[in-house]
Design a protein around this ligand. Structure first.
Ligand code: T3D
Length: 259
């Protein structure tokens, strides 16, 4: 089925998903959210795809919820969050392969927190992040209250979410909110280089790493050590582990299969 609001382009073992509603700065209406959930679910199962990129069409990454749709359709906010944003964020955090947010412009509200839920966040120099929620009397959703204190600490998370000020990509790198910033003209190429590299790595090992990192702020040290033991045991049974060790011993480049 051809999607209207989510473009999917495959390159080798990478898929680039482009939010395609540029006239409204790629803000989410319910149709776009539903397409996004379907596409993420499809690529979660697709073993040929080993890395996902999320980016935006035009000058924005994503301006969050389509505020006009909420008014026009008289939607209940809790219902939008539970039907749209919560499933999207869970799919991203539980995706057993790396996801890169390639932030090409403004990322506001749920759009900012969608980016921050991804494993690796890169942005163009002109891109900026706004926790826009406080300006309209809302709270940061889409995992914002979970991810922000973990990424940048409580003091910065509180100030960013209360004031809802623009945070430019350079500053986002400096405070450890995102990984890297590129010149605008290089963003897509540099993102693809990272994605190709990740797609050729041991995908299951990366998925187990993500699982352990996801639990690291909730678990005690003892629980986390047990989890590492369990996941290392699983990683040690993968094809890619035996290939990695064989390649090391034979002094050659490993050919990982993601299994
Ligand atoms: O509400 C719930 O369901 C609960 C869930 C909430 C999650 C959230 O995401 S709440 C936060 C929602 N997002 C925002 O509050 C951001 C709103 N947008 C802006 O503040 C600004 O548009 C930007 C700072 C992102 C960019 O400003 P600027 O000056 O570059 O662009 P613009 O002129 O404001 O926007 C261009 C067009 O996009 C414009 O349409 P028009 O007039 O040309 O037909 C504008 O209305 C539209 N647009 C931008 N953001 C949204 C939007 N339309 C609907 N909803 C948007 N969020």
């Amino acid at each position: 089925m051809k999607n209207r609001y989510i473009l999917a382009e495959e390159f080798q073992s990478v898929v680039r998903l482009t939010l395609n509603r540029s006239e409204k700065l790629n803000s989410f209406n319910s149709e776009m959210a539903s397409e996004f959930i379907d596409v993420l679910t499809e690529y979660k199962e697709n073993k040929n795809i080993r890395c996902i990129i999320i980016t935006g069409k035009g000058r924005a990454f994503c301006a969050g919820q389509d505020l006009a749709e909420v008014i026009e359709q008289g939607l209940e906010l809790g219902e939008i969050v539970s039907k749209c944003y919560n499933p999207i964020i869970k799919l991203i955090r539980e995706m057993p392969k790396p996801i890169i947010a390639s932030v090409n412009g403004v990322a506001a509200g749920a759009g900012a927190n969608l980016a921050l839920a991804c494993d690796i966040v890169v942005a163009s120099r002109e891109a900026f992040f706004i926790q826009a929620f406080s300006k309209i009397g809302l709270i940061p959703d889409s995992g914002g209250t979970f991810m922000l204190p973990r990424l940048i600490g409580m003091a910065r998370a509180t100030a960013l979410t209360y004031f809802g000020e623009k945070l430019m990509a350079d500053d986002a790198v400096d405070i450890g909110l995102i990984y890297k910033r590129f010149e605008e003209e290089h963003l897509q190429k540099e993102t693809m280089k990272l994605a190709i590299k990740l797609s050729q790595m041991p995908t299951l090992g990366l998925a187990f790493t993500k699982e352990a990192l996801n639990k690291s702020f909730e678990n005690s040290l003892t629980q986390q050590l047990s989890l590492e033991e369990e996941l290392q045991n699983k990683a040690g049974k993968t094809y890619d582990y035996s290939e990695g060790v064989a390649a090391f011993i034979e002094k050659r480049k490993p050919q990982f299969k993601g299994e």
